[in-house]
Write a protein that binds this ligand. Structure first.
Ligand code: ATP
Ligand code: MG
Length: 369
C-alpha cells in the first residue's frame, strides 16, 4: 500500500536511561537505553513479566517513567499524553467496541480527531481494503472471527497514518494456523507501509519473522539487541541462547596448543581445532560450548566424528528429523538429520560438530534479578 498524503514522516524512537517502578515497588524497566530506527520493525522479545508491555506503555505515553526520557525525532516527549504523540496502537485484546460495526470502529478515531465525514469514509474504505476486510464493513464486531477482529484492530491503528505503530502481542489470541497466515501478511504490510514499528511478542518465531531488529528482554533489562541472525547465531549469554531456538550446551575447558591449535576438553571427550576453522579464536579457560541442532551431523566416517551418541527419540518434522540423543557421559543432545536418513532408537551414531558454528559463552548465567 502506498501511503496517502499528507505523508506522515517516519520517526526515530529513543528511550534514554528509562527506569519504571510501579507504585507497589515492582521494577518493570531497569535503566533501559534503546534506539528504534525509523521505518523499521523493532521486535521486543522476552518471557512473560520481562517488561515488554511496560516498555510499550512508556513509549505510548500511557505510563510515565520513574526516571529517564522518551525521545521522538530528537524531541523529548516524556510527559506528553498518547493523543499528542501520533501513535497507533494494537493491543492483544483488540479493545474494539463489540456492538459497533467494523467501519464504525475504524472511523471512531477519525471522528475524535474531527476529520470531515467525506474524508473519513474514504480513508476507512481504503484502510479496510488494505487489511482485506472490505466486505465485512457493515458487520458488527461480535459477528466476526478473532482473526478478522485483529485486522479491524490493525485498521483502526493505521487509519490516521501514525508515525509510530506499537503492537502488543497482536496475534497471540489466535489459533496457530491463522496466526501463521496473519504473520506473513503482517510482515508484507509492515514492510510496504514502512512505519516505525515496535512489535512486542514472547514468541521467538514471530520476533524473528517480523523484526528487522530484535530486542531481547529479561527481568526488566535489555539483554541483547541485534538482527535475527545475529541473535540466533551469536547469543550474548546463556539466557538468550536457550530462549531462542534450541541450544545444545556443554561445559568445556579450552587450552591452547602450539601452532594455533586449541584443545577442547568436554565431559564426553576432547578434540582440537585450528583457529582458522572456527569463526574466532576462543578465549582460554572454562566456557560453555553452544551448538545448534542443525550444526551437528551424523558423521559418514567414524574417523570424522567428535563424539558418539545413543539415539533416544526421533521426531519427524517433515523436512527433517530431529534426533534426541545422549552422549556416553549422559549429556543430552539434539541434532537435525536429513529426512531420508534412517535412524533407529537405541542406535549408536557418530556425530560431527560444524566447528565454524561453535559458539562459546560465559558459563555463568546473566546478572541476578
Ligand atoms: N500495574 C502494575 N502494577 C504493578 N506491577 C505491574 C503492573 N503491571 C505489570 N506489573 C509487573 O511488571 C513486570 C513487567 O510486566 P509487563 O506487563 O511489562 O510484562 P510483559 O513482558 O508484557 O509480560 P507478558 O508477556 O506476560 O505480557 C511484571 O513483573 C508485572 O507483574
Ligand atoms: Mg505484556
Amino acid at each position: 500500500m502506498k501511503r496517502d498524503s499528507p505523508l506522515a514522516p517516519m520517526a526515530t524512537i529513543e528511550i534514554r536511561t528509562v527506569t519504571l517502578v510501579y507504585p507497589d515497588g515492582t521494577r518493570a524497566m531497569e535503566d533501559i537505553s534503546l534506539a528504534m530506527p525509523e521505518g523499521k520493525v523493532t521486535a521486543v522479545l522476552g518471557p512473560s513479566g520481562s517488561g515488554k508491555t511496560s516498555m510499550l506503555r512508556v513509549i505510548a505515553g500511557l505510563l510515565e517513567p520513574s526516571s529517564g526520557q522518551v525521545v521522538v525525532d530528537g524531541r523529548d516527549v516524556t510527559g506528553l499524553p498518547l493523543e499528542k504523540r501520533n501513535i497507533g496502537m494494537v493491543f492483544q485484546s483488540y479493545a474494539l467496541f463489540p456492538n459497533m460495526t467494523v467501519e464504525e470502529n475504524v472511523e471512531f478515531g477519525l471522528k475524535v480527531r474531527r476529520v470531515p465525514p467525506a474524508e473519513r469514509r474514504a480513508r476507512v474504505g481504503q484502510v479496510l481494503d488494505t487489511v482485506r476486510i472490505g466486505p465485512l464493513a457493515k458487520k458488527r464486531i461480535r459477528q466476526i472471527s478473532g482473526g478478522e477482529a485483529q485486522r479491524v484492530a490493525l485498521a483502526r491503528a493505521i487509519v490516521y497514518n501514525p508515525r509510530i505503530l506499537l503492537m502488543d502481542e497482536p496475534l497471540s489470541a489466535l489459533d496457530a494456523k491463522i496466526r501463521e497466515e496473519l504473520r506473513g501478511e503482517l510482515r508484507q504490510f509492515l514492510q510496504e507501509f514502512g512505519t516505525t514499528t515496535v512489535y512486542v511478542t514472547h514468541d521467538q518465531t514471530e520476533a524473528m519473522a517480523l523484526g528487522d531488529r530484535v530486542v531481547v528482554m529479561n527481568r526488566g533489562r535489555v539483554v541483547q539487541v541485534g538482527t535475527p541472525p545475529e541473535i540466533y547465531q551469536n547469543p550474548a549469554n546463556l539466557f538468550v541462547a536457550t530462549f531462542i531456538g534450541h541450544a545444545n550446551l556443554c561445559p568445556c575447558e579450552i587450552a591452547s596448543e602450539e601452532g594455533g591449535r586449541y584443545r577442547f576438553a568436554l565431559p564426553w571427550g576432547s578434540f582440537s581445532a585450528k583457529a582458522g576453522e572456527m569463526r574466532a579464536s576462543p578465549p582460554l579457560g572454562r566456557r560453555m560450548l553452544m551448538i545448534r541442532p542443525e550444526d551437528l551431523a551424523i558423521a559418514t566416517h567414524g574417523a570424522e566424528a567428535h563424539c558418539v551418541v545413543r539415539v533416544e527419540e526421533v521426531l519427524y518434522l517433515g523436512n527433517r528429523l530431529r534426533v534426541g540423543a545422549r552422549t556416553e557421559s549422559a549429556e543430552r543432545m539434539l541434532l537435525d538429520v536429513e529426512n531420508t536418513r534412517r535412524v533407529e532408537i537405541g542406535e549408536r551414531v557418530p556425530v560431527r560438530l560444524d566447528l565454524a558454528k561453535l559458539h562459546l559463552l560465559d558459563p555463568e548465567p546473566g546478572p541476578p534479578a
